[in-house]
Design a protein around this ligand. Structure first.
Ligand SMILES: [Cu+2]
Length: 203
């Protein structure tokens, strides 16, 4: 062993372990009196890693869940009763009713959470009632007459929407749900709905 070596490897250490120790300490052996932490695992990476993780967490937190453009504060729609079924007409992306991008659904009514919802009620054939207990709605739809209802949508969830044709018989297509969605979900639902009204014949 060279006497000028700055630190000494004990003679009883096996040769392969000596080689490994030397390769780890080789770069620092000339400048420091004793070996320090391996240069392959510098300790200053720990606070740097923590800082990077925190910065990433704050970045994710700042990402908006819904873009402001998606927020719907008001919804003007239409309920059209026909053939023992309730059809719903939505204003589409331009929020204007009627217009070319209107959307149509039936039985279940979709609204965006917290929006002020105004619906015109019309009937093609009989007298119907529409009841949404959650928002205190009980309104009528009748031929040649126009009724209107208004409510503020509750938080996201599913609530009963009960239609009746006042004949003492429960028509399945009149028993639907008020489905309240986040603005982003509501936007996706509108894209999925039919762009044309559909005739209903089922009783
Ligand atoms: Cu009936």
């Amino acid at each position: 062993m060279n006497d000028k070596a700055i630190f000494r490897i004990p003679d009883q250490v096996p040769e392969d372990a000596k080689a490994s120790w030397l390769s780890t300490c080789r770069y620092r052996g000339r400048f420091f009196s004793k070996p320090r932490m391996s240069p392959r695992h510098p300790i200053w990476l720990v606070p740097l890693g923590i800082a990077a993780a925190l910065e990433f967490a704050f970045f994710v937190q700042r990402l908006p869940a819904d873009r402001p453009a998606d927020v719907v504060e008001e919804l003007d729609g239409e309920i059209f009763a026909r053939d023992f079924c309730l059809q719903f007409r939505y204003p589409g992306k331009d929020q204007v009713l009627p217009s070319a991008d209107d959307r149509y659904g039936s039985t279940d009514l979709y609204v965006p959470a917290a929006a002020v919802v105004r619906l015109i009620l019309k009937s093609h054939d009989y007298v119907y009632t529409v009841e949404i207990q959650e928002v205190g709605i009980y309104e009528i739809a009748a031929p040649d007459l126009t009724f209107e209802l208004q409510f503020t949508a509750p938080e996201s969830g599913t609530y009963a929407l009960l239609g009746s044709q006042m004949c003492g018989y429960a028509h399945p297509q009149l028993l639907g749900e008020l489905i309240v969605q986040s603005p982003a979900e509501f936007s996706r639902t509108m894209k999925r709905l039919s762009p044309i009204p559909f005739p209903t014949t089922q009783q």
